[in-house]
Design a protein around this ligand. Sequence first.
Ligand code: FAD
Length: 478
Amino acid sequence: MPMSTPGANRGGRADPAQGSVAVVGAGITGLTAAFRLAQQGVPVTVYEATGEVGGVIRSLRRDGYLAEFGPNSILETSPKIVGLIRDAGLEPRRLYSDPKAENRYLVRGGRPVSLPASPLKFFGTELFSLGAKLRLLREPFVGRAPADREESVAQFVLRRLGQEWLDYAINPMIAGIYAGDPARLSVTHGFPKLQALEQRYGSLILGQILGAKERKRRGEVSKQEAKKVSFDEGLQVLTDTLRARLGAAVRLEAPVLGLAQADGVWRVTVRLGGGETSITHAAVLLAAPAYKLADIQFETAAGLSLRPLREIYYPPVASVVLGFRREDVPHPLDGFGMLVPAIERFRILGTLFSSSLFPNRAPAGHVTLTTYVGGVRAPELALRPESELVALTVGDLRAILGVRGEPTFAHCVLYPQAIPQYEVGYGRFKAAMDQLEAKAPGLFLAGHYRNGISLGDSIVAGHDVAERMVTLVRPRDP
Ligand SMILES: Cc1cc2nc3c(=O)[nH]c(=O)nc-3n(C[C@H](O)[C@H](O)[C@H](O)COP(=O)(O)OP(=O)(O)OC[C@H]3O[C@@H](n4cnc5c(N)ncnc54)[C@H](O)[C@@H]3O)c2cc1C
């Protein structure tokens, strides 16, 4: 049932009676913000450039398989995520990942080795050499870096933990989260919590132990402990449901081309039905990717610009979803998936054991494996034709997991600009965004390019920006 109708005032004239909000982009950030605004009685219009909502979230049901090409799960780290699912009426359709699928594998020496699940098991693992294990005991005694020094993740890890930890733990983890390169990512902006642990406790290990107690007191859940969430028909259930709840407030195939601020309101120029239309809103939320925002014609009295956002690097990533007969995969697939360190010289970044995580991802007697190719490590590989992507992925899966036979399902999706990299120097973009909001009243920026790259971060960002906007845009009288 639609919750709100747009309150736009066509024709480009300012109408002080209108307290409506324009949301640019119907990814999870824009939809969450719009849903929260509409719930509070704020008239909202979501402008989405493409014919579908969800942004990078794409779930496909075909031939008995359920393929997720973008994100595969939400980490339930915040009550705001739980609240969104509840308020969208989706609790009956929510799935938590199978507790049996908690194992994580890292590839070492060409084969998957399970990550130790407890500190005790850690000392017995073959994943790390004795030297690397002993290095961990020294970590609490490594001094802090000056608080104002910005290091790359690689510099930070080398300083605190050494080369083997960088090669076999952090490099694959960065590939799994950012499709990124630790030598380029900023620890300050990409992993602020890691830097905070060092600054606060002087040690990552002590910080993990002491920080856990504090998180518990605050009711928060760490990413390691958080439950993984999806829905019976994949993550698109969430964005499709939010869209349905917003009803006519969502305008598809409506790219925003221009934003102009004058007389205290925003004139939003949108391509709609083959023509261009200007619609006046009291406030605007920018929830599209940074490189798309940079293309928007932008006019403010303060002479501000969105163009610098174009420099935030988004590497290409290809998602290769493959189905196999169960008997053709000798590995037990008893886990979340496996990550491949660059030093191992395979072509894939990692593979999720999707059908082990959630039910109904593959027909009976079959499994689904979701593999990512490209990223900062090998951007050119992501751009290969589909047949080559499938062949190179199958080749690596044969070598690492012992997969036999041919795939029974194959589908690839290329994200030409997939995930923003919070690289060393990213602070200049943050400063520019802060300045835009400070100097252009009624303009808000939120989403993966500013508030963290995970789905959970985007949901929290959408929720929080809606709270900020409500204080500016007065709700309609009931
Ligand atoms: C391959 C891949 C795998 C991932 N895996 C995970 C995972 O497992 N777990 C996790 O937590 N996160 C994952 N992420 C990250 C997470 O999915 C994203 O950070 C998050 O979905 C971003 O949501 P968003 O709404 O901020 O942006 P987007 O999803 O990019 O949505 C932005 C929307 O803006 C629209 N738009 C663009 N220009 C305009 C315009 N001019 N006018 C109007 N609309 C416009 C776009 O069409 C799009 O719909 C993954 C991302 C990718 C690409």
